[in-house]
Design a protein around this ligand. Sequence first.
Ligand SMILES: [Fe+2]
Length: 615
Amino acid sequence: MKKLKRRRMVGWYNPIQLGRTAKDVLVSTLLGKHNDKRVLQAIADSGELRPKYFYEVNKPADEEFWFDYIADMGDGFNSTYTMAYHITRHELTLKTPENKTEETQKGDILIFGGDEVYPVADWKVYEERLVNLYDLAYRKKTEGQAKDPANHPYPALFAIPGNHDWYDSLVAFMTLFGREKEFCGWECPQNRSYFAIKLPRGWWLFGTDVQLGSSLDQAQMDYFERVVKKHMKPADRIIFCNAEPHWITDTMYEKERGFAEANMGFFEGHILNHQVAVYIAGDRHYYKRHEEIENWDKKIPKDRTWKIQKIVAGGGGAFLHPTHRESDKIVGKRHKFERCSRYPSALTSFLLTFLNLPLLFWNLSLGFVTGALYLLTAQAFLADLGPFSLGRIVDVIPVVGTALVTKPIALFWSLLILIGFFLFTDVNSKIFRVIGGFLHATAHLLAVLVIAWWAADYVGNGRLIAQLTMSELLKMGFWTFLGGFIVGPTILGIYLLLSLNVFGWHHNEAFSGLKIKGYKNFVRFKIDAKGDLTIYPVGVDRVVTNWREGDKKKGEAGLEPTQMESSNKPFLIEGPVKFCKSEMNLLEPKEKEEESKHPQMITKIELDSNANLDA
Ligand SMILES: [Fe+2]
């Protein structure tokens, strides 16, 4: 077997990683904002070279149709491969919260819901963190089947890009998923970064490309408008995959409220004709489900068996995000949704936040940054604290104050620190941002003072700096650096813990540094012979960490778990959740669903780009 690189979880607080990510994010954000590549692509490609298709699933009318959704994969090996392994098993028996069991089948279609790789898109990173893993989990097992599409139709895979896929301007993503080729044994028929799939029994699956979290471009709007107006019926319903859950982000970042909601609101109302039944998105690395409770000021009758669902399921392998302290109990303004489920629980998420206290333990390299910054800060002041024994704070304050006003570098450095912490503070209110940033910066500056003072007292023994030898100065510097190495990340950890658990700030920063591999999820869907949709949210508490080589002859995956503990087994997070579309189907004249004659799972149907939509 080819030697596989088992990559660790991305170290978001690793200084080298931080620098690289910051550069890629900055360049892509600036270019993406002023030079939208989707628009350039649309201009260069009017549809003559690469026709625009929508896709139709070929499935006999009496057969159940299954498909799977997974998002935010491509991080550490164990978490990504565990989820790739579970999602590619032919059958999964899932325990429900009520201790019953549900039998589920592997999907005929697999949807990658965005952020296929971390930290930023790059061909090698895709290969090491995603492609090799799905290849190992799936293709090796079904090599024989995939060569015989007449008997075993290829399953199909469709992918939408998230912001992390866009950090190389979508080059690697389009090479992998947008060339109408194959991906690790799945047929991969899309030729754009967005798609519409006609599923059986009046269901559609739409996947959009929102680039770096911005709106939909005109070419996509036109594409979906043509599909809806020319090919959908009024009772058809859409499962809508968007890379970002705007219903959550709009609620969390109130200053931006309205932009995404207005853009998507227009799209959903005027183009999708309010036919969306299920929204699903990743980006937030947990599971949450919101259910419709009020539609344009009218309460939804309790006995209505279908209510619109909004699901966040970004649990394909990336670090966990917190599920508590998000003000999302009710989302939406006139069309309101109530949160019905979250995984992991709010209590688990609250308790996991305490892992920030030993932040240095998870991010050793961060200590080198804080150690160096503490040393530089002490050097900028270079206050003579040696003559003052520890505790004589009243005498020390004027010395430090004098250094601050008389040494330009001390003043400049202090201002730089304050601005840095102000920018780092993740809260919408400007006043809280100033207060939070000031308190956080002050805590670090006081820590520098105490550490440098202690080092001066310990090494200098009451002498002034000018009286110290070079080796004594180096010793003082070493102790200051070591103090900063330990204390800096600890103060940051305490700040993140309090910020999230008390004030609800820093949802991303308080969890990205913890690299929590567990509490992963994906979502399995079934459309039955009547047309009803059943949604199975699948959770995995702990990822597998010990693997053995699989036996190909027995049909095993490339790597199999050495041992499957009960906490490694997939289970049903809630439900299953049902959407009874058959009630809607009764409203429409019955049309016999055509029996499939195609050996392939997917048929490509060209969109008539010249058709007049108003005709
Ligand atoms: Fe993500």
